[in-house]
Write a protein that binds this ligand. Structure first.
Ligand code: N01
Length: 549
């Protein structure tokens, strides 16, 4: 093997990359990380839209790998807002002196495996000059070589801006175009503006009430109505914090035993929505609505496996929407018809109430899609037009594969990851790809990732990868690759589990449905504990399913 610049190159310095740097460094590997943003934080560095907040409770959505770290941090609210999450990322980076091994403002554009050298050559572009608006005016190319690559590029980081004609014309006419995941750092003053928000997923649902508070006029373009339950966010009181911090390790261990690795505050699910009377069911759901967050979505164990059970819960939420929204026509349009909790349920603060405000209009684009942006606003296919001066795309992400696909990754025999995944992503455990040796994906497609608590999923993956690299070192091995057969079995397993549920029944980004033309393959695997046990089994059997040399 030829000399490399470092043992491991980590791509990304969000929560996954930060922990990878710390853990691999602690295990005696030389590590370099590269990060496209100017600092740590990943998702929470980019997502600065008004109302951005995590929908997993803050005491759960935080690292558990170091007890002194978790005892050193005090969350202020039940659900942390983006600025506090970014402060937390900075706190971790400072505490473990992570930045000394991270090159910021550096984007990976290509990574090529050298079979003879058993080394990755990674091409990066480092920003050399930015305009006052932050646009990259010049960059320099820097090449690095590493024995292993860890892709900590995030599941929801490649922004999806629909291919709608006329964006240039709109901007030339003085209009402002924004995406929730690429929000300007100095904020946007919406006062006096006529704003359009396109998209009503988690990001739109959080941003819409906040934008409505400042804008003169807000028009929401909805393609699919969404189910949202109230967050009931509030400051965390000292007793609630102490109840967890008194035994943080026990709390974390209990989280890892939960299917989603979050939701410890929700009561256990009732066995079936169909095994109780209508009154009992409504009483259970009322209580869960009062608890807020994902308590409704986790009320009954058969919610995601029995269509009738699902419909009963969906009906409850629709009745809630109708009780909140005053105009029955608008309420009707806001009532979703698809399987509830098939797409991730939204956790809101005043979302449905916002449509009672006189300056807020809901426009359905389900049957009358947006045709184009013009110098003065938005025109639908029917010809209906809306004058606006700001368009906010809350249109989500090229989820799970987008951030990897955008890099020219070439493995054995120059096979590209894009080609290998042309019919949909194919991995072993969401960690490794056949034909792409010595490269690991953190929370990649085929792992629980976004269907679980991302921080728990990240810790489990980074620890597995660190354990694998340590094993290779101890056994004098230098090359590891997932086998085709094991990856085929794993993809079949992921889809077989999904097919036992109602999860594939809606147009979710889990299926790649947000991005036109993307293959429809169910990407994340359901069930964190069984997944983690399988990862442990593979490691304990000297990496069954991997070709190790
Ligand atoms: O994106 P989404 P998101 N014309 O893909 C619509 C996490 N997250 O950024 O449903 C018109 O959910 C699209 O319509 P449809 C969380 O995991 C978490 O909101 O495809 N509309 C949909 O309404 C979440 O699930 C938090 O018909 C178009 C919306 O845009 C994930 O990120 C906060 C369109 C996209 O919704 C993604 O959430 C934010 C078009 N051409 C995000 N294209 C919290 O922790 C797309 N849409 C709370």
């Amino acid at each position: 093997m030829e000399d490399a610049d470092c043992d491991v190159l980590v791509v990304g310095a969000g929560f996954a990359g930060m922990y990878a740097v710390h853990r691999l460094r602690s295990d005696g590997f030389s590590v370099t990380a590269v990060e496209a943003a100017a600092d740590v934080g990943g998702t929470w560095w980019w997502n600065r839209y008004p109302g951005a907040r995590c929908d997993v409770e803050s005491l759960e959505y935080s690292y558990g790998f170091d007890d002194e770290l978790q005892q050193s941090w005090r969350w202020s609210e039940r659900y942390a807002a983006q600025p506090e999450l970014l402060d937390y990322a900075n706190h971790v980076a400072d505490r473990f002196d992570l930045r000394r091994d991270v090159s910021f403002d550096t984007r990976v554009t290509a990574a090529t495996w050298g079979e003879v050298e058993r080394t990755w050559t990674v091409t990066t572009q480092r920003v050399a000059q930015r305009s006052v608006h932050g646009d990259v005016l010049a960059h320099e190319v820097v090449t690095r070589r590493a024995r292993f690559v860890v892709m900590a590029t995030g599941c929801l980081s490649a922004a999806n801006v629909p291919d709608i004609a006329g964006i240039d014309a709109f901007e030339a006419g003085g209009g402002t175009v924004l995406h929730t995941g690429r929000w300007p750092h100095d904020g946007v003053d919406m006062t006096g503006r006529r704003v359009a928000v396109i998209g009503t997923g988690s990001s739109g649902v959080q941003a819409i009430p906040q934008i409505a508070a400042d804008a003169t006029q807000l028009t929401v373009f909805q393609r699919t109505a969404t189910y949202a339950a109230p967050a009931h966010n509030a400051p965390l009181d000292d007793d609630a914090v102490a109840a967890v911090t008194a035994d943080y390790p026990g709390f974390r261990a209990a989280l890892r035993k939960r299917t989603t690795a979050f939701g410890a505050s929700y009561p256990p699910a009732h066995p079936s929505a169909l095994a109780v009377s209508e009154d009992e069911r409504d009483a259970i759901l009322e209580e869960r609505w009062r608890q807020g967050g994902f308590a409704v979505a986790t009320a009954f164990a058969d919610l995601l496996v029995d269509a009738e059970a699902n419909e009963r819960v969906a009906d409850f939420v629709r009745r809630k929407i109708r009780s909140i929204v005053e105009d029955p026509v608008v309420a009707d349009a806001l009532c979703p018809t698809q399987t509830i909790a098939c797409k991730r349920m939204c956790v809101d603060t005043g979302y449905y109430e916002t449509f009672n405000r006189s300056h807020v209009e809901l426009v359905s684009v389900a049957d009358d899609p947006i045709a184009e942006l013009t110098a003065s606003g938005i025109t639908l296919t029917s010809g209906a037009s809306y004058d606006v001066d700001t368009v906010v795309f809350a249109t989500g992400y090229d989820a799970m594969t987008g951030s990897l696909d955008r890099i020219d990754i070439r493995g054995v025999d120059d096979v590209t990851l894009r080609d290998a995944w042309a019919a949909g992503p194919r991995t072993l455990l969401g960690l490794a790809v056949p034909g792409i040796p010595n490269l690991f994906t953190v929370t990649g497609p085929g792992s629980p990732s976004v269907l679980s608590n991302m921080i728990v999923a990240i810790e489990q993956h980074v620890e597995w990868i660190a354990g694998c690299l340590t094993w290779l070192r101890e056994h004098g091995r230098e090359r590891i690759e997932a086998t085709e057969a094991a990856a085929d079995r794993w993809v079949a397993h992921v889809n077989a589990i999904a097919d036992l549920t109602l999860s594939p029944s809606c147009n979710s980004w889990d299926l790649g449905a947000i991005v036109p033309g993307k293959p429809r393959v169910f990407m994340p695997v359901l069930g964190f504990p069984a997944y983690a046990a399988e990862c442990e089994r593979v490691a304990a059997t000297d990496y069954d399913g991997f070709d190790v040399r």
